[in-house]
Design a binder for this molecule. Structure first.
Ligand SMILES: Nc1ncnc2c1ncn2[C@@H]1O[C@H](COP(=O)(O)OP(=O)(O)OP(=O)(O)O)[C@@H](O)[C@H]1O
Ligand SMILES: [Mg+2]
Length: 256
């Protein structure tokens, strides 16, 4: 069953067609790799899915919803969460504060309760805190809960960003180059982590990644973008032997 359907999606910036007439269907529960050379339009595609950019044309359907003109916070509420190519944490807040912020859509006190610090406010704060701690435990970050996010090693900051995204209880998780800047050990751990998330959460994952062994190892399917166009999609073993894909990568590398 498709959780996400993309119809003829395009996004132009002046003369640049960053995303060009993409059609795609993502099945529920799959881990889908989104790959392609630098500037291929991968991050732009995520920015369109999350409402950071409005499509120039085309349609994005998520479950039964039409997402095109929704604000980012509404899209989060409907169940799409993401991480960013350049880590975006509240660096001067603690680890657990970063995660409790991710819970915002599940918070059940009103503005008045928050303003007047009514008992319902404290009760809800306590619940959110203990759920955030539970989540940190699952990802082996609970012992760092009171550290400032900026003081975590790089790999743990990336992990924390994923935990914060999961706090909003998404059904679609978008990971933008989560292994960027990681050493081989951290990358291996990340691969295990994504496998673990797939097994333990009912979600669909789209993973933008340049690390081919990571992508080939954990993805059920792969979609390949080049100059904003979808040039190939399918199972990893099929995509890796596709001549257009090899050309998009090797051709570009050879020119460097
Ligand atoms: N806000 C913007 N304004 C103008 N051009 C943009 C904007 N965002 C992206 N682009 C352009 O769109 C194209 C696609 O960029 P995008 O960041 O989506 O590529 P990418 O596939 O994520 O690349 P990378 O692997 O380097 O992260 C590039 O030519 C980029 O310069
Ligand atoms: Mg990018």
């Amino acid at each position: 069953m498709a959780v996400l359907t993309i119809d003829n999606l395009s996004k132009s910036f002046g003369g640049i067609k960053a995303v060009s007439n993409i059609n795609m269907m993502i099945d529920k529960g799959d881990v889908v790799g989104l790959i392609g050379p630098n500037g291929a339009g991968k991050t732009t595609f995520f920015n369109l899915l999350t409402g950071m950019y409005t499509p120039t044309s085309g349609k994005i359907s998520f479950e039964d919803l039409h997402l095109n003109n929704l604000k980012p916070y509404k899209i989060t509420d409907y169940g799409i969460a993401r991480t960013f190519q350049n880590i975006r944490l509240f660096k001067n807040m603690t680890v657990i504060e970063n995660v409790t912020l991710g819970f915002h859509k599940n918070i059940k006190y009103g503005l008045l309760a928050s303003f007047f610090k009514l008992p319902s406010f404290y009760k809800e704060e306590k619940r959110v805190y203990s759920e955030a701690l539970e989540l940190l435990k699952k990802f082996n970050l609970d012992h760092k809960k009171d550290e400032l996010a900026k003081n975590l090693p790089y790999g743990e900051q990336r992990r924390l960003e994923i935990v914060r995204a999961l706090a909003s209880n998404p059904s679609l998780l978008l990971l933008d180059e989560p292994a960027a800047g990681m050493n081989p050990n951290e990358t291996r751990e990340l691969m295990e982590l994504i496998r673990w998330i797939k097994k333990n959460y009912e979600l669909t994952i789209i993973l933008i990644e340049h690390d081919m062994s990571l992508v080939m190892n954990i993805c059920d399917k792969i979609s390949v973008l080049d100059y904003g166009t979808l040039i190939a999609e399918g199972k990893p073993e099929v995509v890796r032997n596709n001549p257009r894909v090899i050309e998009a990568y090797l051709g570009r590398n050879a020119a460097c």
